[in-house]
Design a binder for this molecule. Structure first.
Ligand SMILES: [Zn+2]
Ligand SMILES: [Zn+2]
Length: 388
């Protein structure tokens, strides 16, 4: 039995837009919906036929192959071949067509269909493109807020001349004689337990069920050519060095319209000039001058988004830590935000004018400049804590 033209099945013109195809499919799917036509085999067939047509025509690459090679370019080899689509694919369409509320009724129908057709893992072997790895360098500021990046990715893309099939034209695609287009070969093996049936993918056609007699000259039969894609990726706030984000289907294309590989995006953190990252917290080493440490004052502290003014108490001791709440980085799993820890040191001048020297000599005899025992203990306790 020859297959009907997909455009005819959906009742749309050859140059129909994606939207027209979607609308036409929606109409057919509602009309032949199995719940509406219980026990009606003809309606069920029509429903499946429409789903198959939509599966091909809603996918740009598949539609292009179909336009160029007809039924031989998609699914099985030539006339009468079984549609190789997975039933899950049908139902993945319903999400965008019906907004998901048809879900469970359809799913039951799908499982029944899948079992009846023997599609439990027996559909044709799909090739998968290889994964690609790229690095993305991010500043702390970008990490603090999250950022959208456009990445120019060099990759293998589907050959536009043959739509990824690697064939010169429709006449160059033949049913694989070894597996008769099934993509699978069955072997019987004698064992001590009796005869065992083994199934494996046909090596002559790589499981596609098709062999190519004349290669596409543009891609030398590979179905793939070197190309480039600009990929837009959203980096969530709070990512860390060496974290890896995955974008499914954005890696290298596969031959024969198989599944694209993934794009793996490795995060590389640009070191900040002044801030040090410690998990979700940030650390800033502040060196106070002696008068401000003694008298108190206001200092400017850098944060990921500009400077903030911070009050310094009089008599601030070295190694004191000020905690600026929520001025750190957000947790990548969105459980709160870290703090900015200001680690205080005190700068002791190395050179003094003779006047300054005299002033300090006066202080030398003042008991206020001598640390009490209590002060010393606090200082060494803090010091000890740093190494715990
Ligand atoms: Zn084969
Ligand atoms: Zn080609």
């Amino acid at each position: 039995m020859s297959k009907r033209d997909y455009y005819e099945v959906l009742g749309v013109a050859k140059n129909a837009t994606a939207d027209e195809i979607k609308k036409a499919y929606r109409k057919k799917a509602i009309e032949f919906h199995p719940d509406k036509n219980p026990g009606n085999k003809a309606a069920e067939e029509k429903f499946k036929e429409a789903a198959e047509a939509y599966e091909i025509l809603s996918d740009t690459a598949k539609r292009q192959r179909y336009d160029q090679f007809g039924h031989a370019g998609v699914g099985g080899a030539g006339e009468g071949a079984q549609w190789s689509g997975n039933m899950d694919d049908i139902f993945s369409h319903f999400g965008d067509i019906f907004g998901g509320h048809f879900g469970s009724a359809f799913r039951h129908f799908a499982q029944g269909f899948a079992e009846q057709q023997g599609y439990g893992g027996q559909h044709q072997h799909k090739t998968r493109g290889s994964d690609l790895r790229v690095k993305v360098r991010l500043s702390l500021k970008e990490i603090a807020t999250g950022v959208d990046k456009k990445l120019k990715v060099q990759k293998l893309v589907t050959c536009s001349h043959c739509g990824g099939l690697g064939a010169k034209d429709a006449n160059s695609i033949k049913t694989c004689p070894t597996c008769k287009g099934r993509g699978i070969v069955t072997q019987f093996q004698r064992t001590i337990l009796g005869s065992m049936q083994m199934q494996s993918y046909c090596t002559d056609c790589g499981g596609t069920g098709k062999v190519i007699t004349n290669r596409c000259t543009f891609c030398n039969g590979q179905g793939l050519v070197r190309g480039e894609e600009v990929v837009q990726v959203h980096i969530p706030a709070g990512v860390e060095n060496n974290m890896q984000l995955e974008m499914h289907g954005k890696g290298n294309a596969a031959r024969n319209g198989g599944i694209n590989g993934d794009l793996l995006i490795l995060v590389e953190e640009e070191p900040h000039n002044e801030l040090i990252r410690d998990g979700n917290d940030l650390i800033y080493n502040l060196l106070l001058d002696v008068p401000t440490a003694v008298l108190g004052g206001t200092v400017e502290i850098p944060t990921v988004d500009g400077k903030v003014k911070v009050k310094i108490d009089k008599g601030t001791q070295p190694s004191k830590i000020l905690r600026l709440r929520n001025k750190g980085l957000p947790n990548v799993n969105s459980y709160g935000t870290g703090d900015l820890l200001v680690n205080i040191g005190i700068y002791i001048p190395e050179n003094l004018s003779s006047e300054e020297r005299k002033t300090f000599e006066q202080f030398q005899s003042s008991p206020n400049f001598k640390p009490s025992q209590n002060c010393s203990r606090n200082f060494f306790d803090r010091f000890k804590k740093m190494f715990e």
